[in-house]
Write a protein that binds this ligand. Structure first.
Ligand code: NAP
Length: 509
């Protein structure tokens, strides 16, 4: 903050190791003067970034990705303390660095060696050819404030930082309290690299108090977290009153649909079961994109339940540092309590097909001190029940929902109120087309999976930097990533009118 490391104030909160309960770090409750911190980002970081061309910014991101990749061992070790297995860390840390690298590549290849971005072609506005209009993107003069969720302390920061940096905006990052120490470690490595201009990145490890109060229309606010906090931020008097550009990625009751054409024994049946187990177990289900609702044809409900339960029974829950562990602890004991409570609400309308919320065999760790939870598969045969479409249990929890026909499953999926990601597993293109057409308006991303694309599929739950990440309604109504779309989000678009020759010359600015 303000170009140097500073102490926060107020009572410090211990941040526990998710497995052992030992204190990893202390988090201050208040930060230094938030107005001064934002002013430094705007006044020092902003001009330094805007003096660089897109090409130069992309080159810095490329070097930064390389530098962080060289720190992987250190980051993996600390990531384990958040409860992450090596597989989980691959999504957060390796995935975050990969996202930086993708943005570096896109910036180098697809953006000009200039500071102004032309948007499309000039529009002729006069019959004589001497007057036209051109939309241009220029850097905003504010700071990109980024409020992140606890489950992706590294990816969450880097996927927001990269497009803001390319856009020429300094980032002010506020990680979620529980895992802020891992974000802090990454920022230390970034600072030590000396690659970023002074003020281009600030880190706020403290409660959010005051951070939003001095935002202006030149700033952007990007949020990832719960729907309730998204609502509080969206309606914050400063954010709403000053039209601060706001993007929210919130929670989501994502679905996976097994097509009515699939029979037990088909490759798609196995793909569906494999993917469901992966989504339930990676990051112990603490992924905003994880499958919460598994829709299966009623005739296959029994066999899918049995196949998933058999796979979960063979799953090792325990010390995330051990190579044979598939499911580590949740991020904290408080988080486990929340997931148990949510699973309890689901269990009022669904029966448990696998797992016990109050008991789990833990390998190589203490089941009392660590935030361990058994994977829980529920099955809800009551088509009218609301809870599976309303309650997000942010852990290794999924509800299996039998359906009878394509129209019925489209209507049932829509009851999630807007989702980040949905999967359609079918080998019938007509079924796939009907489902894509029926589901698209309620989803940010749809994966159509079958035997022909499975080998190269990036998976249901992985947000790709090239593609949109976000979803309508409950999912926050925002759009992140999506390649250069996220860069433009952090810039301002102006319609410039004048002589066509002059408008063309803007490309060299
Ligand atoms: P959360 O409680 O909403 O917190 C998210 C962030 O908001 C944290 O940094 C939190 O800080 C901060 N915050 C809370 N109140 C605030 C306020 N009044 N002003 C400014 N900042 C405030 O969510 P979480 O429990 O960390 O994350 C879990 C949720 O995130 C899940 O529901 C999950 O589905 C969702 N999620 C969504 C995505 C996505 O891309 N759509 C990705 C990951 C997670 P403190 O930690 O200091 O309270």
């Amino acid at each position: 903050m303000g170009g140097r490391w500073r102490d926060g104030g107020g009572p410090a909160r211990p941040l526990p190791d998710a497995t052992t309960g030992e204190t990893v770090a202390l988090l201050p409750s208040t930060g230094p003067d938030p107005a001064a911190a934002l002013a430094y980002a705007r006044d020092v970081g902003g001009p330094a970034l805007r003096a660089l061309t897109f090409t130069q910014r992309a080159a810095i991101l490329k070097a930064l990705a390389r530098h962080l990749a060289a720190q992987l061992d250190d980051l993996v070790a600390l990531s384990t303390r958040t409860g992450a297995t090596r597989r989980d860390t691959a999504v957060d840390v390796d995935g975050g660095i990969g996202t930086l690298a993708v943005y570096a590549g896109k910036g180098a290849r697809e953006l000009p060696d200039a500071t102004v971005l032309l948007d499309g072609d000039a529009e002729p506005l006069g019959k004589g050819g001497t007057f036209a209009g051109q939309h241009v993107y220029t850097s905003r003069l504010g700071a990109a404030v980024q409020v992140n969720a606890f489950n992706f302390p590294v990816w969450g920061m880097l996927e927001k930082l990269a497009p803001a940096f390319l856009a020429g905006m300094p980032s002010v990052v506020k990680p979620a309290s529980q895992t802020a120490y891992l974000t802090e470690r990454v920022v230390r490595h970034i600072v030590e690299s000396g690659l970023l201009p002074d003020g281009a990145l600030s880190l706020w490890c403290a409660g959010p108090g005051g951070l939003l109060d001095t935002l202006t229309a030149q700033d952007t606010l990007s949020f990832t977290g719960s729907a309730a906090t998204a609502f509080a931020l969206r309606t914050h008097p400063v954010v709403a009153g000053r039209s601060v550009r706001f993007n929210a990625e919130a929670d989501s009751l994502n679905c996976a649909i097994l097509g009515p054409d699939v029979r037990a024994g088909d490759p798609e049946f196995t793909l569906y079961v494999d993917q469901l187990v992966t989504e339930m177990t990676v990051k112990a289900g603490q992924k905003c994109t994880a499958i919460r609702r598994a829709f299966v044809p009623a005739a296959l409900a029994e066999s899918v339940t049995d196949a998933v339960a058999a796979r979960l029974a063979a799953t090792v829950v325990g010390d995330p540092g051990r190579p044979d562990t598939l499911v580590g602890p949740l991020a904290s004991l408080a988080q486990r309590d929340e997931v148990r409570a949510a699973a309890g609400r689901l269990a009022r309308v669904a029966k448990l097909a696998f797992g016990d919320p109050d008991r789990v065999d833990v390998s190589g760790a203490d089941a009392v001190r660590g935030a361990f939870l058994s994977p829980l598969l529920l099955r809800c045969d009551d088509a009218d029940a609301a809870a599976p479409h309303e309650v997000e249990a942010f852990g290794p929890v999924c509800t299996l929902l039998p359906y009878s026909d394509v129209d019925g499953v489209v209507a049932a999926a829509a009851r999630g109120g807007g989702s980040l990601a949905g999967s359609i597993v079918t080998h019938d293109p007509d079924v796939a087309r009907r489902l894509v057409a029926g589901l698209a308006s309620g989803h940010g991303r749809l994966l159509v999976l079958d035997r022909d694309d499975a080998a190269e599929s990036t998976g249901h739950g992985i947000a790709m930097p090239q593609l949109l990440h976000g979803g309508p309604g409950r999912a926050g109504g925002g759009e992140e990533l999506g390649g250069l779309r996220a860069v433009r989000h952090h810039m301002h678009r102006t319609a410039v009118q004048g002589h066509p020759d002059f408008l063309r010359s803007l490309a060299a600015t």
